[in-house]
Structures are given as C-alpha cells and as structure tokens.
Design a protein around this ligand. Sequence first.
Ligand SMILES: NC(=O)c1ccc[n+]([C@@H]2O[C@H](COP(=O)([O-])OP(=O)(O)OC[C@H]3O[C@@H](n4cnc5c(N)ncnc54)[C@H](O)[C@@H]3O)[C@@H](O)[C@H]2O)c1
Length: 233
Amino acid sequence: MAKPGTDKDGTVFDAERGIPDATVARLPVYLRALSTLAEDGVITVSSEDLAEVAGVNSSKLRKDLSYLGSYGTRGVGYEVKVLVEQISENLGLSQDWNVAIFGAGNLGTALAQYSGFASRGFTVVAMFDADEAIVGTTVSGVLVRSIDDLETVIDQTGAHLAVLAVPGPVAQEICDRAVAAGIRGILNFAPSVLQVPDWVQLRKVDLSIELQILAFHAQRAAADELVMAKELS
Ligand SMILES: NC(=O)c1ccc[n+]([C@@H]2O[C@H](COP(=O)([O-])OP(=O)(O)OC[C@H]3O[C@@H](n4cnc5c(N)ncnc54)[C@H](O)[C@@H]3O)[C@@H](O)[C@H]2O)c1
C-alpha cells in the first residue's frame, strides 16, 4: 500500500489512486447509507437524497464520487447497486479480508464476537494471547493461539490485517513480528505510538480521546447556555 502524498493545496492523497484521504474516510459512510437504501428496494438516488442519508452536504458528496469516476445521470441520480459496487471496489471490499486479533482479553474478545465484521467481509481467522489460561480456548469459534506461534499461524491463515488489543508495552514488539510475518494493515487499540514501515497502513483507535472531544463540546455548550440564560434574565 502506498504512503499518501500531498498536492500543492496540501490535500493528502492516496498516491496510488489519487483519492484524497478525507474522501476515502467518507466512502464507508456513503456505503452504509447506500446499503440501507438498497435494503429498502431503492434503485436510483439523487445526490441530495444520498447526501441527506449520509449526513454530508451534496456538493461534497458529488465531488467525492467524482474521484471514483461516478457522476450520476442528470435527472436520475446514481444507480444504487452500481455505486455500491464502485465504492466497495475502491475500498478493497470486493475481496474478503482475513483478520488476526492480538490479545484475547476484554476488548479482543468483544471484537471477535462482533458479527458486523463478517457481514462486511472481514473474517477473524486467528486470535493470539500470551496467557496460558486463555491460549487453547475458543472465541466465536476461533481458537486462541499462543503468541509464540505468531509467524506460523499468520502464514497458515493468510491474515493480512491485524487488530492490536494487547497492553501498550508489548504492542511494538508484536507489531514488528506481525509485519515481518506479512500483516499489511494494523488497527491499534493499545495506548502506544507504533512505528511501521511505509508499506504498512496503521490506524489508531482511542475512545478516550473521542470522549475528551465530546466533553470539550459539552462543556462549551453548557457555557453558551449559561451566557444565554444570563442575557435573558
Ligand atoms: N483505544 C481504546 O479506545 C481502548 C479501549 C479499551 C482498551 N484499550 C486498550 O486495549 C488493550 C486491551 O484492553 P483489554 O481491556 O482487553 O485488556 P485485557 O487485560 O482484558 O486484555 C489484554 C490481553 O492481552 C494479553 N497479552 C498480554 N501480553 C501479551 C503478549 N505479549 N502477546 C499476546 N497477548 C498478550 C493478555 O493476556 C490479555 O488477555 C489495552 O492496551 C487497553 O489499554 C484501548
């Protein structure tokens, strides 16, 4: 996978396909909206209606879809089925992805049990842990293997994506071994900043940061309400 480049306006692009990162981040949102429309039997959708379901503005949506070569038909809009295929293909979802979860504790187990991954083409094929009491158990039909067997199991299962749900201090070492074994994309939940080679995609999820951002906005809204109440009194 190519490292993103940047154009002269500072927009970050996926260097391989020329799609801005911000657009790539919105494609799954469009896909989810389109899937809902398809389930409801909708055949074509206007950019305005799709934008409303997806919760974005319609000119941004049209621009995003133009990067995929999809311009819709005047007066008709976009064919839902065609657009689902185009977005899925661009997101690499036309193929199934094998995922390995590192750490079979609270978080790793909860993620392995989430049925929404399989329905979107992500199959958990391997789980790892270092605790002998956990190794050998199964989670949603997946055998928890010893971290000592990482290389062999990744090779056998053909996992290309990894979820790290291990303690922070061991995350980098596991990351390095996973990359050397063939992992090409990592979703890191561990509280540590990981270093990966250019060809590996790394994404970090930190729910406490999200909560802190919510707290900031909630605090500001409460302060604004107080000011308004004072002005009215
Ligand atoms: N980013 C977030 O929003 C978020 C949310 C919850 C938890 N976390 C983080 O995710 C991680 C897991 O959280 P949890 O609640 O599941 O913890 P947990 O203690 O329940 O699970 C961690 C598991 O990792 C295993 N482990 C330890 N060392 C290992 C190694 N070297 N190789 C393989 N497995 C190893 C442990 O045996 C344990 O089963 C922690 O780092 C936690 O801080 C992040």
